[in-house]
Ligand binder design. Structure first.
Ligand SMILES: [Zn+2]
Length: 93
């Protein structure tokens, strides 16, 4: 009989320990998400956060193949814009 009591007590102790661990982990998890985000560092006046709209680049259309490409990659030849040097070298139709 005392053996059964010993094993019962052991089982309850293990269950209690596991539940305490789980509760502790949940508390830690909740604290992580409750903490407010760190304050943003002071920005110089006139600073605007970059957005996708600010980063948008002008697109040009190739005079040869009609593909749109960023204006910074343009190859100018004969007063026309091309997507690549290869298309600029081709005789225009
Ligand atoms: Zn092209």
């Amino acid at each position: 009989m005392s053996r059964i009591l010993f094993w019962l007590a052991l089982v309850f102790l293990v269950i209690f320990a596991v539940r305490a661990k789980i509760r502790e982990a949940q508390k830690r998890h909740q604290q992580q998400f409750r903490q407010p985000p760190p304050a943003a560092p002071a920005q110089p006046s006139g600073y605007r956060p970059r957005s996708a709209a600010n980063d948008a680049e002008v697109m040009l259309q190739c005079a040869h193949c009609g593909v749109f490409y960023p204006a910074s990659e343009t190859v100018r030849a004969n007063g026309r814009d091309y997507c690549s040097a290869a298309h600029a070298a081709l005789p225009s139709a």
